[in-house]
Design a protein around this ligand. Structure first.
Ligand SMILES: Cc1cc2nc3c(=O)[nH]c(=O)nc-3n(C[C@H](O)[C@H](O)[C@H](O)COP(=O)(O)O)c2cc1C
Length: 247
């Protein structure tokens, strides 16, 4: 079994890790293999990723369309926080997903709302649901989702990487290290390219809370899954030593 995951703030890595621990699946971080063109073959292939504005992260869509996948059984776990709105249909429109399910996880999109005060409570319920998911995929249970041709990701309406930097920036390079898209370059301040995934890893991990797309973001709490370390997030990025000094 192979699980491909994409994460901004660790929820998807956490969920993929739990499924892997129970099933022995290999876990592959999509940012590390993006750009390669391969045929992935395994008995079971799964995808675990956050939902962005009711659609797939751009990199997940790109990864799926640029590679071929053959498996006896394919599953998708779509992490959301508040609104699902049939987003699983998008991945089912690209791949023959035998089992598709949503997983309610803490909110990380601090452009729009604060994350929950007690993320552990949300994660506790998610953990219970993951046990069912593990049972189901181990039994190769079917849970079809209606395929859709819709490209759901509407993050262009929500800041879409148009980030600004406050004077609190210390040029520590954290944003460069956590970016899954190698989209940030450190000059006198971080400079963003045109390849943003809107994963909010940079916004949520900045030690000075200096990265924002709207003013409200600066007053919101930052989020990372409490069971995931910063080192684990960075280990899933393509260039793990982007900056010499990781704080
Ligand atoms: C740009 C953006 C858009 C999001 N859109 C949605 C959404 O449409 N519905 C929802 O319930 N959660 C949405 N979220 C919340 C994430 O899907 C959720 O917090 C997820 O668990 C984050 O996973 P990660 O920690 O692996 O990055 C969005 C998050 C971001 C950053």
């Amino acid at each position: 079994m192979t699980i491909f995951y994409f994460t901004g703030t660790g929820n998807s890595l956490w969920a993929a890790g739990i499924i892997s621990e129970a099933t022995g699946a290999a876990v592959v971080s999509i940012p590390q293999v993006i750009g390669e063109q391969r045929e992935y073959k395994d008995d079971v292939i799964g995808f675990v990723y956050p939902q962005y504005a009711v659609g797939l992260p751009k990199m997940v869509r790109k990864f799926i369309t640029q590679n071929t996948f053959s498996a006896d059984y394919m599953f998708a776990v779509d992490l959301y926080a508040h609104i699902r709105a049939g987003a699983l249909g998008e991945i089912a429109g690209l791949l023959p997903i035998d089992y598709g399910t949503y997983l309610k996880t803490p909110w990380n999109f601090i452009f729009a709302l604060n994350p929950p005060r007690n993320p552990e409570a949300v994660l506790k319920n998610a953990r219970v649901k993951l046990n069912r998911v593990i049972e189901d995929i181990s039994a190769r249970k079917g849970k079809r989702v209606r395929p859709s041709k819709r490209v759901g990701n509407a993050t262009k309406y929500f800041g879409d990487g148009k980030f600004k930097i406050t004077d609190n920036c210390t040029r520590c390079g954290m944003c460069v290290n956590v970016c899954p898209a190698e989209n940030i370059e450190l000059r006198d301040k971080p400079v963003f390219g045109s390849n943003c995934e809107t994963c909010y890893a940079c916004v949520n991990h900045c030690p000075a809370h200096a990265i924002y797309a709207n003013n409200a973001t600066l007053n919101r709490r930052q989020y990372r899954n409490p069971n995931v370390t910063l080192a684990e997030i960075i280990a899933g990025r393509k260039n793990q030593n982007a900056m010499p000094h990781t704080p």
